[in-house]
Design a protein around this ligand. Structure first.
Ligand SMILES: C[S@@+](CC[C@H](N)C(=O)[O-])C[C@H]1O[C@@H](n2cnc3c(N)ncnc32)[C@H](O)[C@@H]1O
Length: 280
C-alpha cells in the first residue's frame, strides 16, 4: 500500500476497491459507472479484491456497496430537481461522486466530510492520479466522535438555511449511538425537503462474517438500528416516512438480464428520509 494511503480508513479503501473491481470484472450495464475509483486504489489492493470477487460474502458486499451509491445518486438527482443545491457526503471516504459529477450536479455545492486521516490520504491519491478538485467541492475534516457535527459544519461555507441533501453510506455502523443520533438530529433541523440517504446494520448483521472482518481491520461495528424503532425516531425528529431501497424493484431493474455473477442481495439496509414540512 502506498505510504499516503496508510492514514486512510481501511474499510474506506476496501469499499473503493469493490467499486474499482466492478469496473474491471463485472458485465454491462454497470450498477455504478465509476472509472475514477480505479485510479484511487493501489494495484495490490485491487488485485486482492478481484481474487476474492466470487466469494459469496465478498460478492454480496460488492452488490450492496454499488447499490447504495446508485440509490443515493438517484435520490440526489431527484432532490436537485426539487431545488436542493447543497450535498454533504458524511464519512465520504474514497467516494468519487464529486470527481465524476454529471451535468445535473453542477448547480450543487458539494461537501465531503471525513476524518482528517482518511481525507488527507484521499487527497494525496487524487493528486497522484492528476484528478483536480472540482470548483464546487469543499473538504470538511471532522471526527464525529470528538467534534460536534454542527460546529464542524458551521466552520464551512454550508448554508444551514437552505434545503440540503446528506449521504451517510457505510458510516453509521462505525459510530457511537450518540454520534448517530446527532447526525439525524442535525439533518432534521435543515429546511423541509432536505434529505438523508444512509445505510445501517440490524442487530442480526452485527454477528455476521462481515462484522468480524472489519473488527479485524481495527474498525469494529458499534451501532445497529431496527427498522420499526428507526421509523419512529425519524418521525419524531420531523422526517417523513423511512424509504427503504425496494429490493424487488432493484431486482427487476438491475439484475434480470445480467450474465455476470451479480445478484440482488437478500437484504441491504439502504434507506432515505426527507425532512417534512413543519406543522404550525
Ligand atoms: C466504510 S467507509 C465508507 C466510505 C464511503 N462512505 C463509501 O461508501 O465509500 C467509512 C468511512 O467513515 C469514516 N468514519 C468512521 N468513523 C468516523 C468518525 N468518527 N468521524 C469521521 N469519519 C468517520 C471513515 O473515515 C471512512 O471514510
Amino acid at each position: 500500500m502506498p505510504a499516503q494511503q496508510r492514514s486512510a480508513s481501511r474499510t474506506a479503501l476496501g469499499v473503493a476497491a469493490l467499486r474499482a473491481a466492478h469496473q474491471r470484472i463485472d458485465g454491462e450495464p454497470k450498477l455504478l459507472d465509476d472509472r475514477i475509483s480505479e485510479k484511487l486504489v493501489d494495484r495490490e489492493t485491487l488485485e486482492r479484491t478481484i481474487e476474492r470477487a466470487a466469494v459469496p460474502e465478498a460478492l454480496a458486499l460488492r452488490v450492496r456497496v454499488l447499490l447504495r451509491s446508485r440509490f443515493t445518486e438517484e435520490r440526489l438527482e431527484a432532490a436537485v430537481r426539487r431545488g436542493v443545491r447543497q450535498f454533504v457526503c458524511l464519512g465520504a471516504g474514497f467516494d468519487t461522486f464529486a470527481y465524476r459529477q454529471p451535468d445535473w450536479a453542477h448547480s450543487l455545492r458539494l461537501y465531503e466530510v471525513d476524518h482528517g486521516g482518511s481525507q488527507s490520504a484521499k487527497r494525496a491519491s487524487l493528486d497522484e492520479a492528476g484528478i483536480v478538485r472540482p470548483h464546487n467541492l469543499e473538504y470538511v475534516a471532522i471526527d464525529f466522535e470528538s467534534v460536534s457535527l454542527r460546529d464542524g459544519l458551521k466552520a464551512s461555507s454550508l448554508d444551514f438555511t437552505q434545503p440540503t441533501f446528506f449521504s451517510c453510506l457505510g458510516v453509521l455502523v462505525y459510530l457511537s449511538r450518540a454520534a448517530v443520533d446527532e447526525i439525524f438530529t442535525l439533518v432534521a433541523d435543515f429546511p423541509p425537503g432536505s434529505e438523508i440517504a444512509f445505510t445501517f446494520a440490524t442487530g442480526q448483521a452485527m454477528n455476521s462474517e462481515a462484522a468480524r472482518r472489519v473488527e479485524n481491520m481495527g474498525e469494529p461495528w458499534r451501532t445497529h438500528l431496527e427498522v420499526a424503532a428507526l421509523s419512529r425516531d425519524l418521525a419524531r425528529l420531523g422526517y417523513g416516512p423511512l424509504e427503504m431501497l425496494d429490493l424487488a424493484e432493484a431486482g427487476r431493474r438491475f439484475f434480470r438480464e445480467r450474465t455476470d455473477l451479480l445478484q440482488p442481495p437478500p437484504h441491504a439496509g439502504i434507506a432515505a428520509a426527507i425532512v417534512r414540512p413543519r406543522s404550525s
